[in-house]
Design a protein around this ligand. Structure first.
Ligand code: SF4
Length: 282
């Protein structure tokens, strides 16, 4: 995905030091000369008392499968590469306007082909796409400009509501946390993570859409079959190294658009055919 601008990353903190305590040592024990035992308690993960860490689960063959998907995606000619959300905003606009355009294109993109989103964004941008211009636009005009994106009537409503919130609460910018982004009408977790990535250049989580969800299940990159993209996101984040979280979205989305199609995947053309649990073999 395209690089964005200033972004802050969270840094984890180390756990505290081991704790030891001496239990039950009353002064001058007259009746017994036996010394009381000394109990030493350790925090888990510290010192000799630490439990050995269990090996982390990871899918069989995943590194090889990933490498082969990179190979299949080398030409970068899937619709997402040419017309994805990170290609829809005006790179010469002020940063705040760019971030708003990123969020808007994400809202338009749900249940919509990249080509349709891209064309709608172009029409909007020709009118000058800013928070103020959208607030001044009447619903009928906005609907006409974004048609035929999926659920365009609902999206008119959500865009208007979200844009008004951005104006009132965020000074016309978009929020910079996933928690705040998902509070906006019409913005789900996948959009929020992509917005963090593209608009704020911050990797907050894996953006899982229907392609990432489907392919992760076909390749058995999830420990147990998952039913929803959010479940898949949690399952992937459990084992996939964090430095791959940004790459995995565009890799799998394009792979899903060109080869691992929702219906009738092109297994005979897939380099993973011999190591894919879902491969359809002749
Ligand atoms: S072999 Fe078929 S199902 Fe498996 S990843 Fe390739 S295209 Fe998808």
């Amino acid at each position: 995905m395209a690089a964005g601008r200033a972004g802050a990353r969270r840094v984890g903190t180390a756990r505290g030091a081991a704790v030891s305590q001496i239990q039950g040592t009353p002064s001058t024990p007259r009746r017994s000369r036996r010394r009381k035992s000394v109990a030493i308690a350790y925090e888990p993960g510290q010192g000799d008392g630490a439990e050995p860490q269990r090996p982390r689960w990871e899918p069989k063959h995943w590194q090889e499968q990933l490498q082969r998907i990179r190979e299949m995606r080398r030409s970068r000619d899937a619709p997402v590469d040419e017309m994805g959300v990170d290609k829809c905003y005006d790179t010469s606009a002020p940063p705040q306007v760019m971030r708003y355009q990123v969020l808007l294109s994400l809202m338009l993109s749900s249940q919509t082909k990249d080509q349709v989103t891209s064309a709608a964004m172009l029409r909007l941008r020709q009118r000058g796409l800013t928070v103020d211009s959208v607030l001044q636009m009447d619903d009928a005009t906005l609907g006409r400009l974004i048609y035929p994106v999926g659920f365009w009537r609902n999206k008119v409503k959500y865009i208007k509501q979200t844009t008004a919130i951005l104006k009132q609460k965020y000074g016309g910018d978009i929020p910079s946390t996933v928690e705040e982004l998902v509070q906006l009408p019409g913005v789900g977790p996948k959009m929020a993570h992509l917005a963090m990535n593209i608009a704020w250049d911050s990797v907050s989580g894996i953006a899982v859409d229907t392609h990432v969800h489907r392919i992760s299940n076909r390749l058995k990159w999830v420990k147990k079959e998952t039913r929803y993209p959010e479940e898949t996101r949690v399952a992937l984040e459990d084992w996939l190294p964090r430095d791959l979280w940004r790459e995995i979205n565009w890799l799998l989305v394009g792979f899903g658009q060109q080869t691992c199609l929702p219906v009738n995947p092109r297994c005979s053309q897939c380099l993973n055919q011999d190591i894919c649990p879902a491969a359809k073999r002749p």
